[in-house]
Design a protein around this ligand. Structure first.
Ligand code: ADP
Length: 446
């Protein structure tokens, strides 16, 4: 009688374990998007719930080299086992993958026998990974199938304490679990492919947008250059020297516009290719700001420029930054301040010191930006109709470039504005700059 009760109890514990495993697996499928985390969660969920197993691995088939690779482990070091590349037919998991059938290994000897055909390289990796663990006493390997024929990997569960811990009765349940896992692997793969397709589509859309923006932005200055130079070259027309000078001046200015557009474009492609390199050094921001303002002030007769750094230029904290790149950010912001306040007014470059960072701002009294556009200004090619009634030349790349530079320094950039009253663009630089990391790593910045 008591044996019957114990048997019934163990059956219900068994059922409970299985139910709770399925329930947890469903929860992981519903909540986890990342494949690697999902596989690790599946494995630990099964091993923690089923008393028969206390360690295990999950392998996926890599079609690029036609090998099985370990993608999740329980009780083993994943980094060591990641190097393993098993051929179909090689060792316990390879055999399961090749035959497509669940394999039971009830004794340590059966496991050792199945591992006999491990390549020398793989054997070394297995030895390194199992050096500090107990010998496997019993194991079960279940193939991961999608549909009838598409094998995606293998789930291996082990017991390091007890031989014969898995039996035939476990197979239907574990195969059902393996089916769920295989389906979610396929879903993750499809999600990944969809993401790639979407980003390719987005890249194509941006490329088309880039070409049309560029064509549009280049046509205006080119038309003007062509018109004035053709006029100057016409034999039948002769212009007074002042008129000639005026035409040449316009040609020169329009060439500068083209130069700026091409410069932004090149900068943007350098950033896209991940080639933006910072050369940080101790920088006096007030001096850089003054240099940028002195240079840009020549471009406008209708603006008054003010440079106002808290504590005075000589006491403002020195920051660790790439001076050339920070000047580029300031020039972009000043260029916009001038462009988008054609009536003139004050342009103030201010520097403030905060606990862990400095804040630099460029304020103008121009057309302003509507609140719904404020966050989008830093997206590539985003341009707002200035409402000035005429076209303002620009690439829509100046602010995205500025953002990348500022963020590469560990700073932030944002805009505040009142439509019709003016805009202020802010950026921060940390007081511990990028070369602090290099120093912490034992190098010096020279
Ligand atoms: P652009 O070459 O068009 O100036 P940016 O990336 O520098 O490109 O700026 C993106 C858009 O943000 C501009 O087209 C403009 O609509 C808006 N903008 C930027 N700075 C200002 C400013 N100071 N005042 C008003 N609008 C601005």
């Amino acid at each position: 009688m008591s044996t019957n009760i114990t048997h019934a109890e163990s059956l219900s514990t068994h059922q409970d374990q299985r139910l709770s495993t399925i329930f947890e697996i469903a929860k992981i499928i519903a909540t986890q998007q990342n494949l690697e985390t999902m596989l690790a969660d599946f494995l630990s969920c099964i091993i923690e719930r089923l008393t028969a197993s206390d360690a295990g691995v999950m392998l996926l088939y890599d079609t690029s080299d036609e090998r099985l690779a370990i993608r999740a482990t329980f009780g083993y070091d994943l980094e060591t086992l990641r190097q393993l590349r098993l051929s179909p037919g090689e060792a316990t998991c390879g055999i399961t993958f090749q035959t497509g059938e669940t394999q039971l290994y009830p004794t340590p000897q059966s496991v050792t026998a199945a591992r006999r055909n491990l390549t020398r390289e793989n054997r070394k990796i297995v030895q390194a990974a199992t050096m500090s663990t107990k010998q496997v006493q019993s194991a079960i390997c279940i193939p991961l199938f999608i549909g009838e024929a598409n094998k995606v990997g293998v789930l291996m569960l082990e017991n390091q304490h007890q031989p014969g811990s898995f039996d035939r009765d476990d197979i239907p349940f574990l195969e059902a679990v393996a089916d769920l896992i295989a389906l979610s692997i396929e879903n993750a793969r499809l999600r990944h492919e969809l993401q790639i397709t979407r980003s390719l589509e987005e890249a194509n859309r941006l490329k088309a947008e880039l070409i049309s923006t560029l064509a549009h932005e280049m046509r205006t200055p080119l038309t003007s250059i062509k018109g004035y130079s053709t006029a100057l070259l016409m034999d039948e027309l002769s212009f007074r020297p002042e008129t000639q000078q005026e035409f040449l001046q316009i040609i020169d200015e329009e060439c500068s516009v083209l130069q700026d557009l091409i410069h932004d474009l090149l900068e943007s492609s350098i950033i896209d290719a991940g080639l933006l390199k910072l050369e940080p050094q101790p920088v006096m921001l007030p001096r850089i700001a003054q240099d940028a303002v002195d240079d840009m002030a020549h471009r406008s007769q209708v603006h008054t420029f003010v440079v106002d750094f808290e504590k005075g230029p000589s006491s403002f904290p020195i920051v660790d930054a790439d001076p050339r790149r920070i000047e580029q950010v300031l020039r972009n912001l000043l260029d916009n301040a001038i462009k988008y306040s054609p009536e003139g007014g004050l342009i103030v470059v201010r520097g403030e010191v905060h606990e862990n960072e400095v804040i630099v701002s460029v304020a103008d009294q121009g057309v302003g930006i509507a609140p719904e556009h404020l966050n989008r200004l830093f997206e590539k090619f985003f341009r707002v109709d200035s409402g000035l009634g005429r076209h303002v030349v620009g690439s829509g790349l100046g602010l995205p470039i500025a953002r990348t530079i500022v963020e590469s320094h560990g700073g932030r950039i944002w805009a505040e504005s009142q439509l019709g009253e003016g805009s202020t663009l802010y950026f921060t630089l940390p007081l511990e700059g990028p070369s602090a990391d290099l120093k912490a790593g034992g190098e010096t910045s020279g």
